[in-house]
Design a protein. Sequence first.
Length: 80
Amino acid sequence: MARGWESKDIESQVEATQAPQQKATGPKTPEQIQREQQRKDLQLSRTRIVNDLASATHPNHRKSLEAALAHLDKKIADLA
């Protein structure tokens, strides 16, 4: 199936913003790649927890989500 011009335009914009960043930093070590992947995974988990927290109504569930959020924030800070 052919893609529309909007998706191609967005794809080219993303590539254009990522290309200078990749060239400026040079090749990454496996450790750097692993840390970046861990950070992305933690940030995705954090986003999910924040969204769940916004809709949680039960106090015990909110408390559990807040604890998970604090834990994720600490792990993200440790990676930075």
